[in-house]
Structures are given as structure tokens and as C-alpha cells.
Design a binder for this molecule. Structure first.
Ligand code: PRP
Ligand code: ADE
Ligand code: MG
Length: 178
């Protein structure tokens, strides 16, 4: 059943060469979102992973923007809350932020100060791991909040870019690898 679900998921990830810039192979999850069975398969497999490896999880923490597409579905299955990490300037009230370097320039992510309490067991979720810069910044944010970070989850991992090395020693679980 697991293999059938993975096949269904792979069938609904489209590839666009040279988007958004030349040389990039863009993996598009829009067909996955549009197909209810494929989207259920994603949630099923992520839920299975968490129940087997991190049943003690308190919160799912998702990354702006595409992590928001999968995180709340998973959190509801698990019966835990969902917290957002957003790009700078989107969250009201006191926030904690971390800046990180991209291929060109700087970016910043933030979380509301009262969103995660010290010692809470959290799992990070995003759609895709590329260089790992985004997830690394999110890990740093969780460290600042003194969260107990159990691991990271993504639907797609681009193995060649070795993002898992950037996120180390935190582990990254992925459903589909390219
Ligand atoms: C994409 C993707 C991941 C990130 C992965 O997000 O959704 O979050 O890039 O790349 P990295 O591992 O090299 O950091 P992006 O910032 O393009 O925007 P979006 O999620 O808001 O669409
Ligand atoms: N984010 C970073 N790299 C990406 C890629 N190749 N496809 C889709 N989203 C991405
Ligand atoms: Mg993103």
C-alpha cells in the first residue's frame, strides 16, 4: 500500500525545466494538491512516519508558503496544533526572527513569540528540500525558542543539492527523492 501511495504521489509531481530561472528543474506540487487521492496519500504517509518515529510530538510547525499546504492536514490527523513560520513582516505582535543567506542576498523568517514554548516537541514541515537554507533557518528559529526539535519533514527532497547536510544534526524525512 505504501508503494502504491508513493507511485500515486510521484505521478502528480510535474517538472518544469528552467523555472523560475535557467538551469533550475522546478518540481511542481500543484497537480498533487488538485488530486484528492494523491493529497490523501501524502497525508497518510506523513502521519505514518510521525506515529512510528515521533508519537510524542506536540506541534507541527510549517514553513511559508508551501509548507502551509501540507502541515495543517497532518496536524489535524495527529490531533496536534499547527504553527506558522512566515517570511518577514507578515506576523503581528512580538516575533522572533532569523536571517539567512540565499543564492543572492538575504532573507528572514519569523515566528510569533508565544507560538512555541520552551521544551515543546516540534516537527518542521515544508514541501521541498533543496539547498536546505530555508529549513536551516527554521531550525535556528526553533533553537531560539528553546523548542525540542524532533526533526524535519518534506514531501520532496532534491538529493543532488545535499540540503540534509545543511540541516544536520537535525534529520530530514522525505517521501519522494530526485
Ligand atoms: C521553496 C520551497 C522551499 C524552499 C527550498 O520556497 O517551498 O521552502 O524553496 O529551498 P532551499 O532548501 O534551497 O531553501 P520558496 O522560498 O521558493 O517560496 P514559497 O514556499 O513561498 O513558494
Ligand atoms: N524550491 C527550491 N528549489 C525548487 C525546485 N527545484 N522545485 C520546486 N521548488 C523549489
Ligand atoms: Mg517554500
Amino acid at each position: 500500500a505504501r508503494e502504491a501511495k508513493l507511485d500515486l504521489i510521484k505521478k502528480h509531481i510535474k517538472v518544469f525545466p528552467d523555472f523560475p530561472s535557467k538551469g533550475v528543474l522546478f518540481r511542481d506540487i500543484c497537480p498533487l494538491l488538485k488530486d484528492p487521492l494523491a493529497l490523501t496519500a501524502v497525508t497518510d504517509l506523513l502521519e505514518e512516519h510521525v506515529r512510528l518515529t515521533h508519537p510524542e510530538v506536540d506541534l507541527i510547525v510549517g514553513l511559508d508558503a508551501r509548507g502551509f499546504l501540507f502541515g495543517p492536514l497532518l496536524a489535524q490527523r495527529l490531533g496536534v496544533g499547527f504553527v506558522v513560520i512566515r517570511k518577514k513582516g507578515k506576523l503581528p505582535g512580538p516575533t522572533v526572527s532569523v536571517s539567512y543567506t540565499l543564492e543572492y542576498g538575504q532573507a528572514e523568517v519569523e515566528v510569533q513569540e508565544d507560538a512555541v514554548y520552551p521544551g515543546q516537541k516540534v516537527l518542521l514541515i515544508d514541501d521541498l528540500l533543496a539547498t536546505g537554507g530555508t529549513l536551516y533557518a527554521a531550525c535556528e528559529l526553533m533553537k531560539k525558542k528553546q523548542a525540542d526539535l524532533l526533526g524535519c519533514m518534506v514531501v520532496i527532497e532534491l538529493k543532488d543539492l545535499r540540503g540534509f547536510e545543511r540541516v544536520k544534526p537535525i534529520s530530514v524525512f522525505s517521501l519522494v527523492q530526485y
